[in-house]
Design a protein around this ligand. Sequence first.
Ligand code: SF4
Length: 251
Amino acid sequence: MKKQYEHVVQFSAGIGSFASAVRVVRRHGPDRTTLLMADTQIEDFDSWRFAQDASRLLDVPLVRVADGRDPFQVFHDKKFLGNSRIAGCTKALKIDPCQRWLEKNADHERTTLYIGIDASARDRNRIPPIATNWQPWRTAFPLCEEGEPELTKNELLDEARSLGIEPPRLYGMGYTHNNCGGMCVRAGKSQWLRTLRLFHERYAIAETQEEEFRRANGDYAILKEQRNRVVYPLTLRELRLREEARQAASV
Ligand code: SF4
């Protein structure tokens, strides 16, 4: 197969990856550009709508790759439960399948992989480890380049709307990231409480998966909390029970 892609946007369905794709196409045109999206099996359905809209708007192909597992299956296989600090699911479900596709469809020398890190100082700190994870592929971060205005997430969302694209619905529901259908293990308590409130079934699935992991592997949890300077695992079950008790007390 001809290795035709030179500009590959790692499209997460987050607003940063969309804004990066817009800049790549403006600079290099749609030929030899593609959106590459890894399916973690638990993305919100509206992420795929957004990805297809972006593909149509920019006139570039959308390529879906998949490991086939979801994050919890990865945790069971690795006997390691992802959390805010370490989440093996990103490598297994996103980086590895994308790299396999790149090996088949692109050349190291000619291809750049674009990643939608935003220009905030906090996100910029993520650039060196991300670039290392993607090696040997050359990475670029269009929103952080010199001369690029430092836009907030809301400004990026407005930019998408001004181009005629409705952003993924999770942003409008209060989520900071459009990741794994509101079940990203890197997020904190507030995301999980939001998911408990808005997507009760998704929360129930995650809670069941965490309980199964604990039965098989011991006292681990996605979340943690600190009491008297000691850090304890905080299970999704415990978080839900506390929230239910809090709501019952406030009636
Ligand atoms: S978005 Fe979160 S849960 Fe999904 S693969 Fe990445 S780290 Fe894992």
